[in-house]
Design a binder for this molecule. Structure first.
Ligand SMILES: C[S@@+](CC[C@H](N)C(=O)[O-])C[C@H]1O[C@@H](n2cnc3c(N)ncnc32)[C@H](O)[C@@H]1O
Length: 188
């Protein structure tokens, strides 16, 4: 059986287009797609001391590396926000297949439009520009004492309580009162 080269080319180009869309479509919103590495997920949730009384907001939930771990292992209530529709459908399918659906709320949309006042923990694996843009929302909306854990990128102008160099995770706590400090401390 011979394969039409034109058909083969169309299939290959179609597959490349789908993968490129999946990875790059959300660039304009603040980050492309890359799942948070397992060790970094664990470090983020452990450093933030996530527990059953927490409401974790995962900004850019992807396919759920943080969302499902936080709900399953740490028994937290989780709000996962994702702008890219295919990943959002994956999240919904994973939630439907698992036993923790009642703890997981999924929102399809842009996290810049979100209200953070109900969050006790925010998790993020985004790009520097997104962290910069989110800072003013964190300062305006996060309750005092809320923790923010970020993989790879700092919140510009905030002071990290801890930086775990092995997993590249920054831990912050929203202080009561004024704007958080301007100098980062910790290793790395
Ligand atoms: C690096 S991935 C992180 C995935 C996920 N947090 C995880 O643990 O694997 C970043 C995700 O953020 C999403 N994203 C980027 N900008 C967004 C925005 N403004 N609102 C909602 N989601 C966004 C992307 O579509 C992508 O899935």
């Amino acid at each position: 059986m011979s394969i039409d080269p034109a058909l083969l080319l169309a299939v290959v180009l179609g597959a490349i287009a789908v993968v490129a869309y999946f990875v790059f479509a959300s660039f304009a919103f603040g980050a492309g797609y890359q799942p948070t590495p397992r060790r970094s997920v664990e470090a983020m949730l452990r450093l933030a001391e996530v527990g059953p009384n927490d409401t974790v907001y995962d900004l850019g939930a992807g396919t759920g590396a943080i969302v499902f771990r936080a709900a399953r292992t740490y028994r937290a209530r989780v709000v996962g926000v994702e702008v890219e529709p295919i990943r959002f459908l994956v999240l919904k399918a994973r939630r439907a297949a698992g036993p923790f659906a009642d703890r997981i709320e999924l929102r399809w949309g842009n996290f810049y439009s979100l209200d953070f006042r109900a969050a006790s923990v925010v998790t993020a694996f985004l790009w520097p520009g997104a962290m910069e843009r989110l800072r003013s929302k964190f300062e305006a909306e996060l309750p005092p004492g809320a923790r923010v854990v970020s993989h790879c990128h700092e919140i510009p102008g905030w002071r990290a309580l801890t930086y775990d160099a092995e997993t590249d995770v920054y831990l912050y706590r929203r202080p009561a009162g004024a704007t958080p400090g301007a100098v980062r401390t910790g290793g790395g």
